[in-house]
Ligand binder design. Structure first.
Ligand SMILES: NC(=O)c1ccc[n+]([C@@H]2O[C@H](COP(=O)([O-])OP(=O)(O)OC[C@H]3O[C@@H](n4cnc5c(N)ncnc54)[C@H](O)[C@@H]3O)[C@@H](O)[C@H]2O)c1
Length: 340
């Protein structure tokens, strides 16, 4: 018996909205995009015509009110997420929301309460859990392949900073960029962080500092189970997107390398070299973006719990707030100090 296709609406047709619209159009036969909206006509028209989406809605609320739409993808800027989650939940829609849910725990709790009251499904866009490299690391830790873990290192460097206009609404490096690494840390170790210490600076672009943000940070994590971790972030890596992990355990270690567009190695009398790694998230994480949406669609169609739920969305924001507080106050911060 063939399953019914899940009917979706997309809110936001920017960088990530386009990635998800393409996945739904070209890779996910179990789902259909009924309508898409964006405050920018140019952005929405480009994505709608590329992905064959026949209806452009006037607003997010029109998408949410549409009785044909069963689930919404929230891909608009972060400050819009919490209100849209509340509206969508009130309308009984299942929700896939990009990270982070919001910049404060109060807003997140309001959104999660609405989801709970409505009994709808919510998945947060922590796509890296669905990446083959990181899934293999989790499997090794969970299965005891490397014994009892003691040290974890996450290296996560962007090729270049986003535009200042994006930085200004992003909530800062910890809420926008490190948030993926906070999620990775919890996911890979399978335990919660209780204390965070941050050293940070502005070493890439002074304009980022003038916007009140940092562009370089080293975050030390202390887990409840004793594991010590580091997250190494930079908004600039001259050689491209640098996404690696290493975990040391009592029986050995597991490490992942960057992903490359090809496996070729050039050897000459002067040097041995390869091409640069895949340049940024849209190329590096393409498969994980498709896998996370497949998982969401399957969870809704099969009435299963989503693989990244509201609490998984809340805790990394708490970690981001702790990381910033640690930087501001030059001291380790316990997560329990962050309550709002
Ligand atoms: N999971 C990931 O790896 C990943 C990657 C990039 C961005 N994101 C997240 O996705 C969100 C969007 O980021 P982006 O990089 O696509 O930004 P973007 O600026 O490229 O796109 C956002 C789009 O939303 C539109 N928009 C603004 N307000 C709107 C509204 N009220 N209704 C409908 N559309 C509206 C804008 O016109 C723009 O086209 C952010 O929360 C960001 O943190 C996640």
């Amino acid at each position: 018996m063939s399953k019914q296709k899940l009917q979706l609406g997309i809110i936001g047709a920017g960088r990530i909205g386009r990635v998800h619209a393409e996945t739904l159009a070209f890779r996910l036969p179990e789902a259909q995009t009924v309508a898409i909206t964006d405050v920018s006509q140019d952005a929405v028209q480009a994505v709608a015509s590329r992905c064959g989406i026949s209806r452009i809605a006037e607003s997010a609320l029109e998408i949410i009110a549409d009785p044909q739409i069963e689930a919404v993808l929230i891909c608009s800027p972060t400050p819009t997420h919490a209100d849209l989650i509340v509206e969508a939940a009130l309308a009984g829609k299942h929700i896939f929301c990009e990270k982070p849910i919001a910049h404060s725990l109060g807003q997140i709790d309001r959104a999660l309460a609405a989801v709970e009251a409505a009994g709808v499904q919510l998945q947060i866009g922590f796509n890296r859990r669905f990446d083959a490299n990181f899934a293999r690391v989790r499997k090794a830790v969970a299965g005891g392949e490397i014994g009892v873990p003691s040290l974890m290192h996450i290296i996560s460097r962007d090729p270049a900073p986003p535009p200042l206009s994006y930085i200004r609404t992003s909530g800062g490096i910890f809420a926008d960029m490190t948030i993926h690494d906070f999620d990775m840390a919890r996911f890979l170790i399978g335990d919660e962080v209780e204390e965070i210490y941050t050293a940070g600076g502005v070493m890439v672009d002074p304009e980022i500092g003038r916007a009140g943000d940092l562009d370089t940070a080293l975050v030390v994590l202390r887990f409840r189970n004793g594991v010590i971790g580091t997250i190494d972030n930079s908004r600039r890596a001259a050689y491209g997107y640098d996404q690696r992990v290493e975990i040391l355990g009592s029986k050995g270690k597991i490490a992942t390398e960057n992903c490359y567009p090809n496996q070729a190695i050039v050897s000459t009398g002067d040097a041995v070299y390869t091409d640069l790694p895949l340049n940024f998230f849209m190329e590096r994480y393409t498969e994980s973006f498709a896998a996370e949406l497949r998982s969401f669609v399957n969870a809704v169609l099969e009435h299963l719990p989503t693989e990244v739920n509201g609490i998984d969305g809340r805790i990394p924001v708490q970690m981001a707030l702790a990381a910033r507080k640690s930087y501001d106050e030059h001291r380790p911060v316990r997560l329990e100090e962050i309550t709002a």
